[in-house]
Design a protein around this ligand. Sequence first.
Ligand SMILES: Cc1cc2nc3c(=O)[nH]c(=O)nc-3n(C[C@H](O)[C@H](O)[C@H](O)COP(=O)(O)OP(=O)(O)OC[C@H]3O[C@@H](n4cnc5c(N)ncnc54)[C@H](O)[C@@H]3O)c2cc1C
Length: 355
Amino acid sequence: MVSSIGRKRVVIIGGGIAGSVLAKSLQDHTDVYLIDPKEYFEISWASLRCIVEPAFAERTLINHSEYAPNAHIITSAATSITETEVTTANGRVISYDYLVIASGHDDKSEFTKKERIHHYKQDQQKIKSASSILIVGGGPVGVELAGEISVDFPDKKVTLVHRGSRLLEFVGEKASKKAHKWLNKKNVEIILEQSVNLNSKTNGVYHTSGGQSIIADCHFLCVGKPIASSWLKDTMLHNCLDNKGRLMVDENMRVKGYRNIFAVGDITDVKEMKQGYLAQMHSGVVAKSIKSLVNGKEKLEAYKGGPQMAIVSLGRKEAVAQISSMTMSGCLPGKMKSGDLFVSKTRKTLGVKST
Ligand SMILES: Cc1cc2nc3c(=O)[nH]c(=O)nc-3n(C[C@H](O)[C@H](O)[C@H](O)COP(=O)(O)OP(=O)(O)OC[C@H]3O[C@@H](n4cnc5c(N)ncnc54)[C@H](O)[C@@H]3O)c2cc1C
């Protein structure tokens, strides 16, 4: 840890991709405090592969201290803020010159890497010992998990139940249809416009809202995680949350009405797809601004937006992609994402060994 005397203090709340990239980039310029409830950063878009192949998690979980050795890591959740300080669940009160909120989505993951890997091993065991599996939720998490299981465990009977009228509602209909067709080809049964009461399971049978019975040995709940902003509702920032609970930011990614409080990543109300590569662009913009501010310059960077692109992997080799208004599926988008799931690229961004 380098000496922090005389440096401006930046407190970053949240150690997802947005907060981690920012902490890495500011740690040698300012006195950085990174607050996250876990000891590690997880490459979240690679987590479904870890369920079918727990060893993959050795590369997708990176301790915060590994990529940000010069930052102070506070392993706890932020619970409150004032104009000068942040309070955490473990009773720390940390003052700041600049605050960056990057709390993205609520994450109830395990505290250590070891515990997280153990969880993945249990999930894999659950799949191995089942002959039929129910996946609840047809957003990116449910679709990617169905893809992983159907490719790695083709003998398992997979049923996916989704409340919406089509899979992957965050992309266009063409991409939804391509994913639907691909899963059907892999014998995944898809039930739309129904929900499952998971407590209603009797003798290995789950019941849907539409009266259907699904025989499954186990289930995975794959519904999206809520935005992690409920803790802000009793703070001075309650007026800065939009009706979806996102923080309203200006073109410099500053929380509206505040000069020294920024927000980055999925927690922000920027009108764009919520994607990790865009979260990293937010962090790049804020890093430049804070470096300039601590050097006494008032020059702030503006966020101009990035390409609108989403790739949903379908097992290890294929994917469906929407790039602007173009949709494609198969091995070409699969080559872009599905083999390594951007793990090497992300590790490189964070400056950790690619092994
Ligand atoms: C299945 C799936 C596939 C995806 N594929 C891609 C892809 O291919 N490419 C891509 O670019 N994006 C992809 N995404 C989107 C990407 O995962 C998100 O956009 C990205 O993770 C957002 O990063 P974030 O740092 O803003 O938030 P998060 O990743 O949600 O991180 C937030 C962090 O803040 C912490 N936190 C929460 N509350 C508090 C608190 N009170 N105090 C302190 N810390 C807190 C959390 O524990 C977490 O560590 C995918 C998403 C899913 C679900």
